[in-house]
Design a protein. Structure first.
Length: 249
């Protein structure tokens, strides 16, 4: 570990050259050594903190990945945090430090899925209107749910068991809600009507999507495309009621 000698050298030299300060070379060396020691201690503490943060992030990801695997094989209701910790290779306390309850893992899943799907449609240039962007968002959510249906079933069960369907909305819908609000201000011709509350709009849309998923939780494998088709139709119906202009969403 290198000492910050170069930063302290001008100060020390100026002190030794001052007519009012008389320092022997041994005193100068002691001051430099003390400064070096302080710098090294600060650097070491910073590196330790960075290491702890990295380890915590790694452990969180391990617990999350293990939970996905255990839920898929055992089912959400049957799986335990002890099993998840064992699969992740961490002690039980570590698993609970990151996720105090199984339902917290389900909430994390919902937020991650929502964010990843939103990223797919956020910067697509050919989507011109707020309504089209919302359609694309929920269409992709439905496709994702169908593609990973076993995972969707177990995690949706976790959301319902732990907090109820709307519990994760504050995190999951924040970016979409903000986009709708910005669309009202910046693109009034293509955005929702000024009287529409974006937060209420997003909640209604998520209720529609969540309802379509919940109605199929008992199905091992819903008919291919059925969930996406229902979500597309229902979202279009809701948007028609919130549309501005000449009645077109």
């Amino acid at each position: 570990m290198k000492c910050a000698w170069m930063s302290t050298q001008p100060l020390i030299l100026s002190m030794t050259r001052s007519p009012h300060i008389k320092l022997h070379s041994s005193a100068t060396s002691s001051m430099v050594a003390l400064e070096c020691n302080n710098v090294n201690m600060r650097q070491a503490e910073g590196e330790k903190q960075d290491g702890r943060t990295r380890n915590a992030q790694v452990n969180r990801e391990r617990v999350y990945a293990a939970a996905i695997k255990v839920f898929a094989s055992r089912g959400y209701d049957a799986a335990t945090m002890d099993e998840i910790a064992a699969e992740a290779g961490v002690v039980r306390r570590t698993a609970f430090n990151h996720f105090p309850a199984k339902s917290d893992i389900a909430t994390e899943w919902a937020v991650r899925v929502g964010e990843s799907v939103f990223a797919l449609v956020r910067d697509v240039d050919h989507i011109a209107s707020a309504a089209d962007r919302v359609r694309a968002y929920f269409h992709e959510l439905a496709l994702r749910a169908e593609r990973d249906w076993d995972e969707t079933r177990q995690m949706t069960t976790g959301l319902l068991r732990g907090h109820g369907a709307p519990a994760h909305r504050s995190q999951l819908s924040a970016e979409l809600r903000d986009w709708l609000l910005a669309s009202q201000r910046e693109r009034p011709d293509n955005g929702p009507a000024p009287s529409v509350d974006p937060a209420l709009t997003v909640d209604v849309l998520y209720d529609v999507f969540q309802g379509a998923v919940v109605r199929r939780l008992s199905q091992e494998a819903p008919p291919h495309g059925a969930l996406t088709a229902e979500v597309d139709a229902a979202i279009a119906l809701v948007l028609a009621g919130f549309a501005s202009g000449a009645g077109h969403p």
